[in-house]
Design a protein around this ligand. Structure first.
Ligand SMILES: Nc1nc2c(c(=O)[nH]1)N[C@H]1C(S)=C(S)[C@@H](COP(=O)(O)O)O[C@H]1N2
Ligand SMILES: [Mo]
Length: 319
């Protein structure tokens, strides 16, 4: 991001969870603890979520979709200890250290603007109509690190449609909680808090756009944006706003935090695009957390199905 801090990530390749192991684990769990316990004790695949001794509760999902091909799923410890969440500090390990002060219950979200059914809705009521599913997505930060994570949540569009956006609802804006008592770092003003993000309505309704409430089969850790965050796998990470308290339908393109701060560096669209460099560094390659060598960054982060959203647009201008 704007504040570029050199923070070489320690490579611990032993912590990579090969995809096969994660899926084996899911099968293992489906077999039932009683039968599997005896037969497979000692050779059960590692479960990084359990190894982390996460006290977070497990979430029931109806299906899993792997949207990262044969790529390894990043270790739970890496996904939860290398974060951007400036409300808890600008260092990559700060959110894991500091986000325990965030209170995620009770939690309510204001939905308003250009829609027929605005309201303040409690998180439980917000989630109730939605069956939770698991999506394995690539995530690419504008700072050129990346990861693959198994998120739990539901499609953003399913939620938005419940509020019946009107024909004037051409964009959706999102806002993060701002509470200095829970987020003491926000007093230092490194960003113009509250953190804000936005999407064009057709982007928000695209089936890939996801609202996450969990990670690795469990409730979302605070540092990853509990209790509710966007997950937009074809866009740079900063679009995936965390700890959302407000969703607003608007007629005009909304202001967003990074675009407002440095419009020449961070566009509104922020689609992952290896052919358009950041003014201060290349976007052609990335380093996956836990891996030694860089890999090529893919157009739309490897999600070409979103290309029709941008048909006819010059992606050099609309970066
Ligand atoms: N509220 C808020 N949301 C945020 C950020 C932030 O600083 N504050 N950082 C963004 C950036 S730059 C990235 S890369 C992702 C990181 O998500 P992760 O920590 O779950 O990997 O969160 C995004 N959402
Ligand atoms: Mo990012």
């Amino acid at each position: 991001m704007l504040i570029k801090i050199e923070h070489p990530y320690p490579v611990r390749s032993s912590e990579i969870t090969p995809e096969a192991q994660y899926w084996d684990r899911r099968q293992f769990m489906r077999m039932g603890a009683a039968a599997a316990g005896l037969a497979l004790a000692g050779c059960a695949p590692e479960d990084p979520a359990e190894n982390s001794k996460s006290p977070l509760s497990a979430l029931k999902t109806v299906k899993t979709t792997n949207m990262a091909g044969s790529e390894n799923i990043t270790a739970y410890d890496d996904i939860t200890h290398y974060n951007n969440f400036y409300e808890f500090g600008t260092g990559k390990t700060d959110p894991a250290l500091n986000a325990a002060t965030l209170r995620t219950r009770p939690w309510s979200v204001v939905v308003d603007g250009e829609c027929e059914a605005p309201g303040v809705i409690d998180l439980e009521d917000l989630m109730r109509p939605h069956a939770l599913e698991e999506r394995v997505y690539r995530h690419r930060c504008v700072e050129a690190w990346s990861l693959v994570a198994p998120w739990v949540g539901f499609p953003l569009g399913d939620l938005l449609k419940r509020f019946k956006p009107t024909s004037k609802g051409k964009y959706v804006s999102f806002q993060t909680l701002l509470d200095e008592r829970q987020m003491p770092e926000t007093a230092r003003g490194v960003l113009d808090f509250p953190y804000r993000e936005g999407l064009r309505i057709d982007e928000a309704l695209h089936p890939l756009a996801f609202l996450s409430v969990g990670l690795y089969g469990k409730v979302l850790p605070n540092q990853n944006g509990a209790p509710l965050r966007l997950t937009l796998p074809w866009k740079y990470g900063f679009k995936s706003i965390k700890s959302i308290v407000r969703i607003r339908f608007t007629e005009r393109m909304p202001m967003t935090t990074w675009n407002q701060l440095a419009p020449n560096e961070y566009g509104f669209y922020a689609n992952v695009n290896p052919t358009v460099d950041h003014p201060r560094w290349s976007q052609s390659r990335e380093r996956r957390l836990g891996e030694l060598f860089k890999r090529e960054t893919l157009m739309f982060n490897g999600y070409p199905e979103v290309a029709p959203l941008y048909a006819g647009m010059d992606l050099r201008v609309n970066y």
